[in-house]
Design a protein around this ligand. Structure first.
Ligand code: HEM
Ligand SMILES: [Ca+2]
Ligand SMILES: [Ca+2]
Length: 359
């Protein structure tokens, strides 16, 4: 509500010569907004190096005070019925934020008959699980039945991701809200913004830096690979050598190599076979991911690379030692990721009713 009045008054004030009363009213509203934002920032429990002036924990305090309760009733139900909804939703949030910012653009379906595909139909998004989309659809339906037209799909995604992390044993943190849904979703814009399993640390860093995320954020956010699964094609090249009998990647534990080779044959395997990211605790959100990297049990080349590279190795070692430290760092890195490219009001975004449809 505040943001809406903020954007409309600031855009019209430049052309308003008719009323100085209006201008002072706008200035007054601006002042109130600044005080309000500063208050929210001061109150917020998450520390981040970048302040998110436009997001706040209390954004829906008046318009939908029970919002988080509504979302959590759906996420806890989904967690029981289909536990893969957890990893699926967190990955969905990541893929949303990295393309056009955290604006729900990943949720939009391609228009039937149109040649222009939406983000979710881009090749790298094809293996985003339907359980993630379904969880957001259900949460949005419930929220809209209680607070019609108020809450953005992008905010529901951010809240649901946090819920699932917590449900799987991870940290609970406050989610800042106030994102508006974007209106652009183009498959062609996805490829260059999403990291690939065979990326080097240099490539990963370059991409993360371009989103305002630092080296530490890269290492910490990769810790989301503490649960969930990956299809064979993302790591099969690590398992076989086309020229000799030696595997190409020496940074893989021989027992894991053997097991993965059984699930993922070099030729003729099923394209649907998946392996767990974390062989020790595949369903819990803990810091085992980092211990695995130290033990050459990383699944993707991009995971294992974080331990091989001297720039990221000390961070991996620190996080492997201290679960609480990982939890704190993860909460604040999610807050940072959750503020990428946020849209600020009706001029730039919308509140979609059906998250999958932008008309
Ligand atoms: C650092 C670069 C990253 C790369 C190269 C990468 C790559 C991948 C790949 C290839 C998969 C497997 C997809 C499949 O086969 O279905 C995957 C899954 C997953 N990723 Fe990442 N990812 C990265 C960072 C992240 C981040 C930052 C997050 C969240 C904060 C994340 C969360 C997940 C989750 C939870 C899954 C499991 C999804 C499921 O089981 O449905 N990833 N990632
Ligand atoms: Ca997006
Ligand atoms: Ca785990």
């Amino acid at each position: 509500m505040f943001v809406l009045s903020y954007s409309s008054s600031s855009s019209s004030s430049s052309s308003s010569s008719s009323s100085s009363v209006f201008t002072s009213l706008s200035l007054f509203l601006l002042l109130i907004l600044h005080i309000y934002t500063a208050f929210c920032l001061a109150k917020s429990t998450n520390n981040s190096t970048r302040p998110h002036l436009q997001l706040s924990v209390d954004y829906y305090a008046k318009s939908c005070p029970q919002l988080e309760k509504f979302v959590s009733s759906v996420t806890s139900q989904r967690f029981k019925e289909a536990p893969v909804s957890g990893p699926a939703t967190i990955r969905l949030f990541f893929h949303d934020c990295f393309v056009e910012g955290c604006d729900g653009s990943i949720l939009i379906a391609s228009k039937p008959g149109s040649k222009m595909l939406a983000e979710k139909d881009a090749p790298v998004n094809k293996d985003l699980r339907v359980e993630g989309f379904e969880s957001i659809r259900k949460a949005k339906a419930l929220v809209d039945s209680k607070c019609p037209g108020v809450v953005s799909c992008a905010d529901i995604l951010a809240i649901a991701a946090r819920d699932f992390i917590h449900l799987a044993g991870g940290p609970y943190y406050q989610v800042k809200k106030g994102r508006w849904d974007g209106t652009i979703s183009m498959a062609a814009r996805v490829g260059s913004n999403i990291p690939q399993a065979n990326f080097t640390v240099d490539q990963l860093l370059k991409l993360f830096n371009s989103k305002g995320l630092a080296l530490e954020d890269l290492v910490v956010l990769s810790g989301a690979h503490t649960f969930g699964f990956a299809h064979c094609r993302h790591f099969v090249s690590r398992l076989y050598d086309y020229r000799s009998t030696k595997p190409p990647d020496q940074a893989i534990d021989p027992r894991l190599l053997k097991a993965l080779r059984m699930s993922c044959p070099q030729f003729g395997g099923s394209p649907d076979t998946v392996a767990p990211f974390d062989v020790t605790t595949p369903f819990s959100f803990d810091h085992a991911y980092y211990g695995n990297l130290e033990a050459k049990l990383g699944l993707l080349a991009s995971d294992q690379a974080l331990f091989m590279d001297p720039r990221t190795r000390p961070l991996v070692q620190n996080l492997a030692k201290d679960k609480q430290k990982f939890f704190q760092a993860f909460a604040s890195a999610m807050d940072k990721m959750g503020s990428i490219g946020v849209k600020r009001g009706g001029k730039y975004g919308e509140k979609r009713k059906d998250c999958g449809n932008h008309f």
